[in-house]
Design a binder for this molecule. Structure first.
Ligand SMILES: Cc1ncc(C[n+]2csc(CCOP(=O)(O)OP(=O)(O)O)c2C)c(N)n1
Length: 696
């Protein structure tokens, strides 16, 4: 079924049976679960059928085959559409699982979840995200194809398809991503739009009346409109035309009817997110000529027809493997590189060029140190891709001289801001423009596609704009790296709109996201190593705008300690500590200063660098107790951000110097002083803490 030539096999009757099988698996599963979204799969089944049976090149026996077409169901609430297709085409998803839709421990959760359901490329549900993920996947394909294909060897050559809905198109993230996809001329990106004029709570007449085709044309997309979403031949022709259009992404607007075939629910918003009801299920089956019983009925010829995908998929992968073997003979170096990339492995010697920074009292901003590390890694890791939301001069995240990811046909009119080198799809710098939402969603697509290690950069304050995709990256366990600079009120004059306060606490609250705030250049280098070596978790690096001293590691512990999340940076001078001082990032300088000053007052303080809560919490209790002994209850934490959560480490009797109000526009040093980030204030708070404990 992978190529159109097999369409002659599918009589209209058989096609109709197949489409109704998709529809009624969805209807029955939702009815059985008494929860879910039947309407969308019922309306979109014909386009999904045409795509999956006549175009999609995939291998149900190996959902990981690298050169498969990618398919994203961006309207994740219509998950039963995807589960039906996966079951019918022979993925490792049984009919029993379909019957257990939305139940505890099933492989058919409410919304498609990558990693849990075989064949699901990306977790969708929050509308608009899948739309952006698909664009990341198409970028990955274009990048890898440009870098690795050679004449006669189209090793990387696949399409990215998605089904998107009104909700997807309404969400802002889709506008950002569509705008960039149009600019980049991603010709192998093809989206089918389930244009049914109904959303969750209303008809789109109440909310969404722009001319969608014109909107996408203005973005630079190729658009086609189909009046009848049940006309398979027209859908097939449109998909064919979209595939032939190589210079623009495609949107095919398909007029469909939500809950198609339901006598009382078709075209109503009630059918969007609730079971049809037993009586209506019966009437709908009768209306479409489907047996009322049994539920979950799949005619043999339907299964047989869909299951041709299994053999076709195997053959397609075998052909690809044979071609890859010839490629490896002709281009052994490239093939080795690509194999590493496809497996997500780092090449030998990937870290050889990462610098060790000499001690320096004046120091360097951790964003600047990070920039040096990035360039050292990029030289050795060819699929390490930088993206930036128009802030790379400030975040120091350009991969210098290693080309810009741009459409190669595009004439460069004004190259300001270019990273230098060539201009094309093998460019290592993906300029996202001022589009953080899209950057986050696209990075998930890049990582989910595989073969690429993406990182993206912006100011910490604007992590707020990327939080939804960051949450999904963490949920999926994707290897995405975030570089967030300008990490505190210490950034200064830009004022409270730009000064993060609650962002660290916010990011630390996301399960499975590793947040690291290194204290100096050498911790930054180790933080990058951790980020590169971490496989199934996103990592956020939180960096300063302002200089911080590069610590003399002959006087304090080695920066390698960062790997454990927290470590004793400087032991209490007299051994057993009276007090533990804990900080991260730029505030380490203060607690080191306080340690010296307190010694003069006979207070014996241990200094703990705690760049990452998550890494620390992953350590054994024994290790954690060795760094923060339970017996030492006098503890003070210092961090230029919300104090929320810090009591977990300082305990009930401990104290925290933080920022629990918005910042102010003023020079960073002034602000830090006024907000109590001085050695004097740290010492004063320590003495107060110790006095209070004596009294208690
Ligand atoms: C970001 C986000 N906001 C809200 C929702 C809740 N929600 C689920 S589907 C939907 C709208 C559905 O409209 P449409 O996309 O046209 O899907 P259809 O009604 O055609 O199934 C909403 C608001 C969501 N899933 N994601």
């Amino acid at each position: 079924m992978a190529n159109a030539s097999s369409t002659s096999l599918s009589t209209p009757e058989l096609a109709n049976l197949c489409i109704n099988a998709i529809r009624f698996l969805a209807v029955d599963a939702v009815q059985n679960a008494n929860s879910g979204h039947p309407g969308m799969p019922m309306g979109a089944a014909p386009m999904a059928y045409v795509l999956w049976s006549r175009f999609l090149r995939h291998n149900p026996s190996n959902p990981q085959w690298f050169d498969r077409d990618r398919f994203v169901l961006s309207a994740g609430h219509g998950s039963m559409l995807l589960y039906s297709l996966l079951y019918l085409t022979g993925y490792d998803l049984s009919l029993e699982e379909i019957k257990r839709f939305r139940q505890w421990g099933s492989k058919t959760p409410g919304h498609p979840e990558r990693g849990l359901v075989p064949g699901v490329e990306t977790t969708t549900g929050p509308l608009g995200q899948g739309f952006g993920n698909g664009i990341g996947m198409a970028i990955a394909e274009a990048f890898l194809a440009d870098r690795y294909n050679r004449p006669g060897f189209e090793i990387i050559n696949h399409y990215t398809y998605a089904i998107v809905s009104d909700g997807d198109l309404m969400e802002g993230v889709a506008s950002e991503a569509a705008s960039l996809a149009g600019h980049l001329k991603l010709g192998k990106l093809i989206y089918l739009y389930d244009n049914n004029y109904i959303s969750l709570a209303a008809s789109t007449d109440l909310t969404f009346t722009e001319d969608r085709a014109k909107r996408f044309e203005a973005y630079g997309w190729h658009t086609q409109s189909i009046e009848d979403g049940n006309d398979l031949n027209v859908i097939e022709s449109a998909l064919r035309a979209a595939r032939e259009e190589r210079d623009r992404p495609s949107l095919i607007l398909v007029r469909t009817h939500i809950a198609y075939g339901s006598p009382h629910k078709q075209d109503t918003f009630e059918s969007h997110g609730a079971p049809l009801g037993e009586e209506e299920v019966k009437l709908t089956k009768q209306n479409l000529g489907w047996p009322v019983e049994p539920a979950f009925y799949v005619p043999d010829q339907v299964l047989e027809h869909f299951r041709q995908s299994v053999d076709e998929g195997k053959r397609a992968e075998e052909r690809w493997k044979a071609n890859f073997a010839r490629y490896a003979e002709a281009f052994p170096g490239l093939a080795r590189e690509l194999r590493h990339a496809m497996r997500g492995e780092l090449p030998d010697g990937w870290d050889e060029l990462i610098p060790i920074f000499p001690a320096n009292v004046k120091g360097v901003a951790t964003r600047v140190a990070s920039g040096e590390v990035i360039n050292a890694i990029a030289t050795r890791v060819p699929t390490f891709l930088a993206s930036s939301a128009d802030l790379d001069p400030s975040t120091h995240t350009s991969i210098r001289g290693m080309c810009d990811f741009e459409n190669p046909q595009e004439a460069i009119r004004d190259p300001q801001g270019s990273a230098g080198g060539c201009w094309g799809y093998s460019g290592r710098n993906l300029h996202c423009g001022v589009r953080e939402h899209a950057m986050g969603a696209m990075m998930n697509g890049l990582a989910a596609h595989g073969g690429i290690i993406p990182f993206g950069a912006t100011f910490l304050i604007f992590s707020d704009y990327m939080r939804p995709p960051m949450r999904l990256a963490a949920l999926m366990g994707l290897k995405v790296i975030y570089v967030f600079t300008h990490d505190s009120i210490g950034l200064g004059e830009d004022g409270p709109t730009h000064q993060p306060v609650e962002q660290l606490a916010n990011l630390r609250a996301i399960p499975n996201l590793v947040v690291i705030r290194p204290c100096d250049a050498n911790e930054t280098a180790i933080a990058w190593r951790v980020a590169m070596e971490t496989q199934d978790q996103p990592v956020a690096l939180v960096l300063t705008r302002q200089n911080v001293p590069t610590l003399d590691r002959t006087q304090v512990a080695r920066a390698e300690g960062l790997r454990r999340g927290a470590y004793i940076l400087s032991e209490a001078p007299e051994g057993n500590p009276d007090l533990i001082l804990i900080a991260s990032g730029s505030e380490i300088r203060l607690i080191l200063g306080a340690q010296q000053r307190l010694r003069e007052q006979n207070v014996n303080a241990r200094v703990v660098s705690m760049p990452s809560w998550q890494l620390f919490e992953a350590q054994s209790q024994e290790y954690r107790d060795s760094v923060i002994p339970p017996s030492v209850r006098a503890r003070l934490a210092v961090e230029a951000g919300s104090t929320q959560g810090w009591h977990r480490f300082v305990g009930e009797q401990g104290d925290v110097i933080g920022v629990n109000r918005f910042g102010v526009s003023a020079p960073g040093e002034v602000l830090m002083r006024e907000y109590g980030f001085t050695v004097e204030n740290v010492c004063e708070r320590v003495l107060r803490l110790l006095r209070g404990m004596l009294k208690a």
